[in-house]
Ligand binder design. Structure first.
Ligand code: NAD
Length: 714
């Protein structure tokens, strides 16, 4: 760090003192500006070194006589401060984490206690620790840019805002709003921040510093939120939130802690409220939940990072097949500026596809995701085409036609013939062999799997399937394409069902088997929601479509034998046209607002000897089936790392994120216990067709783990 003299006269405004991640300079009128500009990074984050550096700047600021104000600003294009450096956090041991939490709180409290006026001049995202720094300032001005947002996502990472966030936010916006922001973890725009009193001014980026300087002249605000922050109101809000979160709190302890600390804090002296933050975060840092959630977040960030050059943009795509998936893919691509030619052999299917795309955009407008102009522009980018048209000028063709091997082989022969030599060819198959399709088409190196999930606009994951002879460059281009369109890619090998369907299907089929053995639809679903799945397996089968699920199960049975076979009840339901949501009836009736269990299939089973299962038994049976299959996937190296299998399951199915994924669960429960349970279950119930896989047995014998520590490296 360079040394400097403590000169503060106006002519010093040009003297900038560089340390490492924070620059300091003086403006006329005795105002100091600290510019956060992390070297070698496009984002500002807080690690220990940056906090120490900020601490030294405050030492300096405190020593300058008659300083009027301090402005904190970012030197980055679209980020104020993204929060704590989670990479560093994920590598810290318990003592280091404690020290880090204490240090951040101490430095921010020093800023809050400065006798001069402090202003955060925010352009870009102010998240977590970055948003807490802003709260420690007397005033906040925000640019009106769409990249400028402020939020506290800590609870979604299994922790809570403990650098003064739970203490200072209710003072500024009131307890009710503060709880809403902290519990939801959602960020808000500058205008919304202004409306709730979080921002003092919202201005164009060009006026940011000027406005911050004006705010200094207004001095420190006297106002303290008076409305709802009294003892009775805070007790009332605590009760309301605890009731509202009663289901989630067991799996997400951070929610309960955040509500508790925030609501109690308003009636405590600041120092005690800050102490409560410390105690809570220390507890939360020691849980596997926070480690797993932070690990998943980091994996997600890694998957998002553009791997290919920005110039390799794909702008013309043909989507072949205008059914559920084709329409969903076309809608997503057009919304991201890609020109789409949507093809189908059937005119009426093409019309239905275009209708559903329009509906998806209209839903997006209702939910505030898009507007009428963007919708019109996106619809203009889609050209519906019937029949086999030339594809010479397409960058990419995505096949999303019916899931039949013969059909796809013939279709790809035609696609190869119609496309140009540089056109990339991809199939959206759920479970068929990409290698077989590619070889049958006579162009094995030109064809790749690009497996989107249903519904495309909600599911972020895309599996990129490398066939045996797929050109590795094509795989890289598809990873980059998935990132271009805002999806999260995972590269998997060409094994039936790839990762997600391979693990999901045995679980769904087990649920159907349990139903056939007498378990009620509602009990089966409740058991798995209790485990932490976003929806139960029976409901999920209705969403996917029983026909699609049966198709995939058939492919997997062919590859892996009866272990993945579907029960007779499923065929009977298909024969009766009970396909799930698409036919308004499946395991549930979907005619009203709330789906109700369909009594019909249960009636067919009425003469079966109804077996009673406890909720724990149901959970164990379905859960272990999934873990066993995940272990098989890793045993067969369907993905290059166990983290990738876990990441695909959490991102692709919503597998209980706080558990970290199925392989992480194996380590948490212990392979020996799992093998024992599976063996007992097979012995006690003739129905169970799952023996523990070799990897599980080896782990059980050796006591080894798949990962060396939760949230850590392998
Ligand atoms: P779908 O039955 O809704 O649509 C298939 C469409 O393909 C139909 O419109 C049909 O007319 C059209 N088609 C058939 N042959 C064609 C050809 N030769 N040329 C052009 N169009 C043709 O099916 P879907 O659910 O959209 O599935 C499509 C593909 O996506 C399948 O491979 C499926 O396994 C896969 N997939 C489905 C899901 C899902 O949940 N539905 C999820 C992921 C992947």
């Amino acid at each position: 760090m360079k040394t400097e003299s403590l000169k503060t006269s106006a002519h010093e405004s040009s003297v900038a003192v560089e340390t490492s991640h924070i620059r300091r300079h003086f403006m006329p009128d005795r105002i100091c500006v600290l510019t956060f500009d992390r070297i070698g990074s496009s984002a500002n984050v807080f690690d220990r070194a940056t906090l120490m550096e900020l601490d030294r700047h405050i030492d300096f600021v405190e020593r300058v006589p008659n300083l009027r104000g301090l402005v904190l600003v970012s030197g980055k294009k679209s980020i104020f401060i993204a929060g704590a450096d989670l990479h560093a956090v994920s590598r810290m041991d318990t003592e280091e984490l404690r020290g880090f939490a204490v240090l951040g709180q101490r430095v921010f409290s020093r800023i809050a206690n400065l006798s001069l006026t402090t202003v955060a001049a925010i352009h870009g995202a102010a998240m977590g620790g970055g948003a807490e720094l802003a709260l420690a300032c007397d005033r906040r001005v925000m640019s009106d840019d769409s990249a400028t947002r402020i939020g506290w996502p800590e609870t979604s990472l299994g922790i809570l805002p403990a650098w003064g966030g739970c203490t200072r936010l209710p003072v500024i916006v009131g307890l009710a709003k503060a709880l809403e922001l902290i519990v939801s973890g959602k960020s808000v725009s500058a205008l919304a921040a202004k409306e709730m009193g979080l921002a003092d001014a919202v201005i164009p980026i060009g006026c940011l510093i000027e406005t911050a300087l004006e705010q200094i002249w207004l001095g420190s605000p006297e106002k303290r939120f008076q409305g709802w922050n009294n003892y009775v109101a805070s007790t009332f809000l605590r009760t309301v939130y605890n009731h509202r979160l009663s289901n989630q709190r067991r799996h997400y302890p951070a929610l309960g802690q955040a509500v508790d600390v925030t609501t109690r804090g308003v009636s405590l002296p600041v120092s005690e409220s800050l102490k409560a933050e410390q105690v809570a975060i220390e507890k939360l840092f020691s849980t596997d939940t926070s480690k797993n959630l932070i690990h998943h977040f980091l994996q997600q960030e890694r998957a998002k990072k553009r791997s290919g050059p920005e110039s390799c943009v794909i702008s013309n795509v043909a989507v072949v097949g205008a059914g559920v998936m084709g329409a969903g893919i076309a809608h997503w691509l057009a919304g991201r500026g890609v020109h789409v030619q949507l093809q189908d052999v059937r005119a009426e299917q093409l019309g239905r596809g275009m209708e559903s795309i329009q509906k998806l955009f209209q839903d997006g407008i209702r939910r505030g995701k898009t507007n009428a102009t963007e919708m019109r522009n996106a619809l203009d980018r889609i050209t519906p085409v019937q029949g086999d048209v030339p594809l010479r000028h397409m960058d990419l063709v995505i096949e999303a036609a019916t899931e039949r091997m013969e059909l796809k082989c013939a279709l790809f022969r035609s696609l190869v013939a119609r496309s140009g030599p540089r056109t990339m060819l991809a199939t959206n198959t759920s479970a068929l062999s990409v290698t077989r399709i590619a070889e049958a088409a006579g162009a094995p190196e030109r064809i790749v799997g690009l497996h989107f999930f249903n519904p495309v606009h909600r599911m972020q994951l895309v599996e990129i399937v490398a066939g045996r002879r797929t050109d590795p460059e094509l795989v890289r281009r598809m990873v980059s394409f998935a990132q271009q369109i805002g999806k999260l890619p995972v590269v998997v090998s060409d094994s039936p069902g790839f990762v997600v369907n391979r693990i999901l299907m045995p679980y769904l089929m087990e649920a159907a088997h349990l139903f056939e053995s007498g378990a009620a639809v509602g009990d089966i679903d409740a058991a798995m929601c209790d485990f932490g799945m976003p929806m139960g397996p029976m409901r999920l089968m209705d969403e996917i479509g029983l026909d699609v699920a049966a198709d995939v199960a058939r492919t997997l049975t062919r590859a892996f034998g009866d272990r993945l076979g579907s029960p007779a009840i499923l065929s009977r339901m298909l024969d009766q046209g009970l396909l799930g949501c698409k036919s308004s009836a499946g395991f549930y009736l979907h005619d009203g607002r709330n789906a109700k269990p369909n009594p019909e299939p249960a009636r067919w089973l009425a003469d079966h000897s109804a077996t009673r299962f406890s909720r724990a038994e149901l959970q164990q049976r379905m859960g272990l089936v999934m873990l066993n299959e995940a272990a098989r996937c890793w045993e067969e190296r369907v993905a290059i790392a166990p983290e990738q299998i876990d990441f695909a399951m959490v991102a692709g199915t919503g597998f209980a994120p706080f558990r970290g994924g199925p392989l992480r669960c194996i380590d948490t429960f212990g392979a020996a216990r799992i093998v024992e349970c599976l063996t007992d279950m097979v012995a006690s119930r003739a129905g169970l067709r799952f023996a523990p896989c070799v990897l599980l047995q080896e782990l059980a014998e050796s006591g080894a783990k798949i990962f060396s520590k939760p949230g850590g490296k392998k």
